[in-house]
Write a protein that binds this ligand. Structure first.
Ligand code: HEC
Length: 403
């Protein structure tokens, strides 16, 4: 293994580690502040300008939290800003996106059987989406529609499903999922960078100048921060979906994205309502469960793109045939020393060279290459035939024997 491969593998790992940690810090503070906001209570005797108070116990002490709406009479000496969690999540995420999906666009972003485009075109379509997503979202929030949260939510949802449909007709299912996740993530971070923080800065400037800040500044920031809270769960689903072809390789992958948004939003609604001490909306779990069952049904084998491999009658196949298929279609990448350009180490540690290795990964081979067409990647770069997929399926279904 050359030094370059070791360096790039570790650089990737480091980026991913940073991304996950920054994301945890960001989501954690987002959950915390939405919870805190909802649990604030108004009562007599609060200081001037205080909109509500909450008591919390954590880490061996009691916290007395008060929120000033819009701002305290004077700027405090020390003020903690919450922005680098968000920025670090986006920066590390974008770097990761480039290092995996843009650098290896043929494998990860493009599916030639969906649309045969060049890596440069794919990257342009991806970048364009990241920017357009934010511009459209921002305009919607600032338009008259932005004053009606429910209507804004419905329009946003319909647009998101339409864009998901569009990207699944341009990219591989896997590429489309990460693209949509990146678009939502970009909207969330841009809200912090372009609306929430600038508005807070204006409020600070007003305070310093002895002016009363405009409540609309705080309200706009609050609206974006609530949107971010509702979008968190779907984004995390999309970001970890790449290991689960049942979701991204289904013909209904774009419908699944819509259902995941429904689940994420209803689950957040449940907790947010409880934190606000409103009547508990138990129905949300019914909706979330129904949406999840619908996802499972939509990802059943019959709904996969291309012909269903397991439709072929289960028959006995010789292991020699299976090995021959795997060696000629998979092991150029899945080997101790891959020979495929751009694949430095066996992807995900999966080596498919010896009978023992093929046997060990039998169920993964079945999921990735027979049930779904997630492998070979890039829309079947090594051109495995449907008959060969059927052989792999029959082998697994008849017990995955190696002699
Ligand atoms: C052109 C290179 C290439 C070829 C050919 C290829 N794969 Fe892969 N495979 C990859 C890459 C890259 C990944 C890692 C994807 C990721 O990062 O999640 C992968 C991942 C996998 C995984 C692990 C999935 C996971 O997320 O845990 C399995 C199993 C797999 N491939 C099976 C196969 C089989 C079976 C074939 C042949 C039919 C095949 N691959 C052909 C590149 C290839």
């Amino acid at each position: 293994m050359t030094l370059a491969i070791v360096a790039s593998e570790w650089a990737n790992f480091l980026l991913r580690w940073t991304h996950v940690i920054a994301g945890i810090a960001w989501i954690g503070s987002s959950f915390y502040f939405v919870h805190l906001d909802l649990s604030l209570r108004k009562h007599d005797g609060l200081a001037q300008g205080v909109g509500g108070e909450a008591w919390q116990v954590h880490g061996g002490g009691f916290y007395n939290m008060v929120k000033y709406i819009v701002a305290p009479p004077h700027l405090p000496k020390e003020l903690t800003w919450f922005k680098w969690e968000a920025y670090a999540t986006w920066l590390s995420g974008f770097a990761l996106f480039i290092s995996l999906y843009y650098t290896n666009a043929e494998l990860y972003l493009i599916d030639r059987t969906v649309l045969d485009i060049s890596p440069m075109t794919a990257i342009a379509i991806s970048l364009g989406g990241l920017i357009a997503g934010w511009v459209v979202y921002d305009l919607l929030c600032k338009s008259p529609l932005g004053r009606n949260d429910l209507l804004l939510g419905i329009v946003g949802f319909v647009l998101l499903v339409a864009v998901s449909y569009g990207y699944t007709k341009v990219f591989s299912g896997r590429g489309a999922y990460v693209q949509i996740g990146a678009m939502i993530g970009t909207i969330m971070v841009a809200s912090v960078a372009m609306t929430i923080i600038p508005n807070q800065r204006k409020i600070v400037v007003d305070l310093l100048a002895g002016r009363t800040p405009d409540p609309a500044l705080g309200a706009a920031g609050k609206q974006r921060s609530v949107h971010n809270n509702y979008l968190t769960l779907p984004v995390v689903f999309l970001m970890i979906s790449n290991h689960y072809p049942l979701a991204f390789a289904s013909r209904w992958n774009w419908v699944i994205i819509g259902l995941v948004v429904v689940i994420g939003v209803t689950v957040r609604h449940f907790y947010n309502s409880r934190h606000a001490h409103k009547p508990t909306p138990w129905w949300t779990w019914g909706v979330a469960a129904a949406a999840f069952i619908a996802i499972v049904v939509l990802s059943s084998p019959a709904t996969f793109t291309g012909k269903s491999a397991s439709a072929a009658p289960a028959r006995q196949v010789a292991f020699a045939d299976v090995q021959e298929i795997v060696i000629s279609r998979c092991s150029m990448c899945h080997a101790a020393e891959p020979v495929w350009d751009g694949v430095g180490v066996p992807p995900k540690g999966v080596m498919l060279e010896t009978p023992a290795q093929i046997r060990e990964h039998a169920s993964a081979i079945y999921v990735q290459a027979a049930m779904t067409h997630a492998m070979p990647p890039g829309g079947n770069v090594t051109e495995i035939s449907d008959e060969d997929r059927a052989v792999l399926a029959a082998w697994y279904e008849s017990g995955a024997k190696t002699q």
